[in-house]
Design a protein around this ligand. Structure first.
Ligand code: SF4
Ligand code: SF4
Length: 375
């Protein structure tokens, strides 16, 4: 599928072609089994004799695209079998996101991802700037505001809570319904044991299968290393720290202690550490993208769009911190708020869903492996 211009196909045709290709490759791998120790995909594959659409959807969301099986494969191109599991899984995984999205009518947002998310960012930034200037004056926008509650003199806290509470609430609802559709389609329906969930949480938090079977992931250099795993860690934990900073700031606000906070305050420390993680991680992911994912002719690179959004969010957040006692605070703040608003609404319609599908697939994998071990 890697040389096909996918814009010539609709999602249903593309799905059938990608599922057929993944099933073909899995059937060959199931006879070979040379790669069974590399990751979760191969043990899960070995529990099956045939691969229907939901089976390969599930397997594709277990794959981390580490490239180890491609490097190890004696049947990789130019062999006539043309085995390239990372590519087949990446193609299928990408088209699994729009197929399980909620609402289904929004599946097209994945196809022109950069356009829609860019449009949302520009619209939100413009709306925040217009709101501040309309509510106050252009002079207030470029005045120096300092001291307790300085941010909220430009945009009242209650309005921010209403806007971001609504956007985040919608994003959480849409993601929960999307992942429920994925789960229902790919899970057998048996009740889950707590141990399966514990195992999946552990595997997710440690990125257990992003080791490439030991030596690490094959990046742009073609040499295995742990670079990609550490960049994933920095990105994920940077996101968590930023979330913790925002949550703590909300608690402080309702205790009567308003932003901006001094640099030693835990809200700022968490935010700065999270921001650094969200800059270092995405830059590392950008520069160390897997060799096996190159050369694809997909119409939208949703991973790249998500990386750019994370970088824009963290860079604009750090700009607010640096410029908060200057006349540029208003501009930095409205820019940051607009980008965060666009990030929130784009969460269910971009690469972020990859994390949710991955966790669901790992829960199922832990469940299956425990059941197989019990016999
Ligand atoms: S990727 Fe290649 S070597 Fe690995 S199991 Fe499949 S066919 Fe065998
Ligand atoms: S690319 Fe890595 S994670 Fe994906 S199937 Fe191959 S070894 Fe497993």
């Amino acid at each position: 599928m890697s040389d096909v211009n996918v814009s010539d196909f609709n999602l249903a045709e593309l799905t059938r072609m990608d599922q057929d290709e993944a099933a073909r490759q899995m059937s060959i791998c199931n006879a070979c089994r040379y790669c069974e120790g590399l990751c979760a995909v191969f043990p899960a594959m070995e529990l099956r004799r045939a691969f229907d659409g939901t089976d390969v959807d599930y397997l594709s969301n277990l794959c981390h695209n580490c490239g180890a099986c491609y490097d190890a494969c004696q049947y990789a191109p130019p062999h006539e079998f043309g085995i390239n599991v990372p590519q087949a899984m990446a193609d299928l995984r990408e088209n699994s996101y729009p197929r399980y999205v909620w609402p289904a009518a929004f599946s097209g947002l994945f196809t022109r991802n950069a356009f829609w998310i860019g449009l949302a960012a520009v619209t939100f930034v413009a709306a925040f700037i217009a709101g501040v200037i309309g509510w106050h004056t252009a002079g207030a926008m470029f005045a120096t505001h300092t001291g307790n509650g300085a941010f909220y003199r430009l945009i009242p806290h209650g309005i921010l809570v209403a806007i971001f509470g609504t956007l985040l609430g919608y994003a959480i609802l849409a993601m929960a319904l999307s992942v429920r559709r994925f789960w229902r389609a790919t899970h057998g329906g048996e009740p889950l044991a707590a141990g399966s969930i514990r195992q999946a949480i552990h595997d997710t938090a440690t990125l257990r299968y992003l080791h490439g079977g030991g030596p690490g992931c094959t990046g742009v250099s073609g040499r295995p290393s742990d670079h990609r795993r550490w960049c994933h860690h920095a990105t994920a934990y940077g996101f968590v720290l930023c979330l913790a900073s925002t949550s703590l700031a909300t608690v402080c606000h309702y205790l009567g202690y308003e932003a901006p906070y001094p640099v030693w305050h835990p809200v700022v420390i968490l935010g700065v550490l999270g921001g650094i993680g969200l800059i270092a991680g995405p830059i590392g992911l950008l520069t160390g993208r897997p060799a096996s994912a190159r050369g694809k002719s997909r119409p939208a690179d949703i991973g790249l769009v998500f990386i750019v959004m994370l970088l824009a969010t963290s860079a604009s957040g750090l700009a607010v911190l640096i410029l908060r006692a200057t006349p540029l605070m208003g501009l930095a703040l409205t820019l940051h708020l607009g980008i965060v608003a666009a990030l929130f609404v784009s969460l269910p319609y971009g690469k972020f869903v990859h994390g949710l599908h991955r966790v669901a697939a790992l829960v199922r994998h832990a469940h299956e492996q425990r059941a197989a071990a019990r016999g």
